[in-house]
Design a protein around this ligand. Structure first.
Ligand SMILES: NC(=O)c1ccc[n+]([C@@H]2O[C@H](COP(=O)([O-])OP(=O)(O)OC[C@H]3O[C@@H](n4cnc5c(N)ncnc54)[C@H](O)[C@@H]3O)[C@@H](O)[C@H]2O)c1
Ligand SMILES: [Zn+2]
Length: 353
């Protein structure tokens, strides 16, 4: 049984299932008519790429381009290399790109798809939990430049997103947990059902039990789809997706983007943003403790070494600071959030400890 979510005004489909999803749901137009350009990274098991290629007619041209794994690959030089390769191999606008990998492959491929000949179709096959619940849904694509991460990009929706939860079997545990942080985020900001699933099933989740992981992917995609469909160009409500991220980005920047994964920093940031929500009187102590208990049970670390003054300069240069005002996402309840620029600075400082 597959699960389906429709996203955005274009109503593209996100399909969630197991490995047979490719045989059954790769569209006929892809199987029969088009030239295919696959972008992946060198850590992605070859068997996944084979599985996706298998239903595509054998006489058809399929090129595979593998980038080095890691954030550095979201680069201008990779972007340019791929565009040149597409042009040399005479791809045109009726052809299609398939991105098979985590958020790095997805973001780079999406920006290539947005740019090549002013836009060609692409399909996302996300292989990390983070990419399955977050980066493959919502149409944001980007590369990094010297001056900053994700500074160059475009909004470009994929034609289709195909998710096999079976791919997570080979994902390193640390990467898996980084994705879990974003799933908890959906539970805290919008979807209490997710939070309840976590409270009941922590152990099974850490053991990556397929049924429960698939439920979490589905609930997460549904939540992100709901939020981004309401606000495709990020003018309003989509900001709640940044819960924990003002703190988290500062922690990532402080460590020079080394030794800490994005999800790990966001988990610390969500503890801090939850504390801030309590200090400002929006959630009670009981709910705050439920949240910290969950992060403890899942063995997410706390921020113990960085005070407000250590992180201040990174907070003030974050993209979310406008006219010197910090935009914070706070909780009204577990499962309900809002954006504000009005808060007590002393509480904000205390939320770091
Ligand atoms: N576009 C968006 O809306 C959005 C949202 C969130 C994050 N992002 C971007 O996503 C990127 C992070 O994505 P990520 O966390 O998926 O990292 P990633 O793409 O670097 O993948 C993490 C690691 O896991 C490996 N891997 C991936 N799938 C695997 C599998 N099934 N088995 C074994 N190894 C596997 C990768 O090769 C890599 O080494 C960042 O660049 C971030 O900016 C984008
Ligand atoms: Zn994030």
């Amino acid at each position: 049984m597959i699960k389906k979510v429709l996203v955005g005004d274009e109503k593209y489909k996100v399909l969630i299932g197991k490995n047979d999803i490719f045989k059954n749901y790769l569209p006929d137009s892809i199987k029969n008519n088009k030239k295919i350009f696959i972008i992946s990274d060198k850590n992605i098991p070859t068997k996944y790429i084979e599985l996706i290629k298998r239903p595509i007619t054998s006489s058809k041209v399929v090129n595979i381009h593998k980038i080095k794994a890691g954030e550095e690959s979201k680069s201008f030089s990779n972007f340019q290399n791929i565009l040149n390769k597409l042009a040399k191999k005479k791809y045109d606008r009726s052809d299609c790109i398939i991105a098979i990998g985590g958020g790095v492959v997805g973001d780079l491929s999406g920006f290539v798809a947005a740019s090549y000949m002013r836009g060609i179709d692409y399909i996302q096959v996300p292989t990390t939990l983070l990419a399955q619940v977050d980066s493959s849904v919502g149409g944001k694509t980007a590369i990094n430049i010297e001056s900053g991460k994700n500074l160059v990009g475009a909004f470009k929706n994929p034609k289709l997103v195909l998710i096999s939860s079976s791919f997570l079997k080979t994902l390193p545990d640390r990467e898996f947990k980084a994705g879990i942080a974003e799933v908890i985020k959906y539970g805290l900001i919008y979807n209490k059902k997710i939070f309840k699933i976590f409270q009941k099933n922590c152990k099974l989740i850490l053991q990556k039990k397929p049924k429960i992981i698939e439920d979490l992917i589905y609930e997460s995609v549904k939540t992100k789809a709901k939020i981004v469909t309401e606000d495709e160009k990020e003018l309003g409500i989509r900001a709640v997706l940044n819960f924990g991220h003002t703190y988290g980005h500062a922690l990532e920047a402080q460590s020079n983007y080394k030794n800490i994964l994005h999800g790990e920093a966001v988990a610390m940031g969500m503890r801090m943003a939850s504390k801030m929500s309590m200090l400002e009187g929006h959630i009670n102590k009981d709910d705050y403790e439920k949240i910290t208990d969950l992060f403890d049970a899942l063995k997410f670390s706390k921020n113990t070494s960085n005070s407000y003054s250590d992180l201040k300069k990174f907070i003030m240069t974050d993209k979310k600071v406008k006219n010197g005002n910090i935009n914070l996402i706070l909780l009204k309840n577990i499962g309900e959030s809002f954006q504000t620029q009005k808060f007590d600075m002393e509480n904000f400082k205390r939320s770091f400890s």
